[in-house]
Ligand binder design. Structure first.
Ligand code: ADP
Length: 188
């Protein structure tokens, strides 16, 4: 099964993706994690994207599409992919559909996590204190939120029109949210 965890920065996509990995044995494909790994390794790609990621802007579509395509065979072997932070633009969503179609596969469901903005800011500040991510500061966060609203939210009608969108309440404990996601995935 291929599922997309969808929602604004700080809505809990990464946390819930890890939970699904443990629960169902699927592979988490987080473009944010891949980009941070590239930056940490000091690779040429990392150097190209560092300022963009640190500032909270979206990196060019072709970069993240390539990162994702490289990992599709691994996810297929595991029986499923959990896309986390990808796709973030309509062009990325179309590229994902094409890449999966080439492999005789498709996006099965899009889980949208609903979290209010006050809670997003509170979570970002907590993560800033715990993990020290360069883009977890209020200025970069505002840019990330705006990128979500302008470039990523238009994907909601894209997937709703295909009947794939499922909305899940993302407030509450990690366990409660995980149970809601699981129920949404198991419903017909
Ligand atoms: P969050 O879930 O907090 O939004 P991510 O880890 O998903 O954070 O992404 C961190 C940053 O990495 C983004 O702000 C952006 O700069 C870059 N990034 C991650 N995924 C994508 C993507 N699919 N397209 C473009 N940029 C991306």
């Amino acid at each position: 099964m291929n599922i997309i965890l969808f929602g604004p920065p700080g809505c809990g996509k990464g946390t819930q993706a890890k939970n699904l990995v443990a629960d169902r044995g699927w592979v988490q494909l987080s473009t944010g994690d891949m980009l941070r790994a590239a930056i940490a390794s000091g690779s040429e790609l990392g150097e190209r994207v560092k300022a963009i990621v640190d500032g909270g802007n979206l990196v060019p579509d072709e970069i993240v599409i390539e990162l994702i395509e490289e990992r599709l065979p691994e996810a297929e072997a595991a029986g499923g992919a959990i896309f986390d932070g990808f796709p973030r633009t309509v062009a990325q969503a179309e590229a994902l559909d094409a890449a999966l179609a080439k492999r005789g596969s498709k996006v099965d469901a899009v889980i949208r996590l609903l979290v209010d903005e006050k809670e997003l800011v509170a979570r970002m500040e907590k993560r800033a204190a715990e993990e020290g991510r360069a883009d977890d500061n209020i200025d970069a966060f505002k840019v990330r939120l705006k990128a979500y609203q302008d470039q990523t939210a238009p994907l909601l009608p894209f997937y709703a029109d295909q009947g794939k969108l499922k909305e899940v309440e993302g407030m509450g404990s990690m366990e409660d949210v995980a149970a809601r996601i699981s129920a949404a995935l198991d419903e017909k």
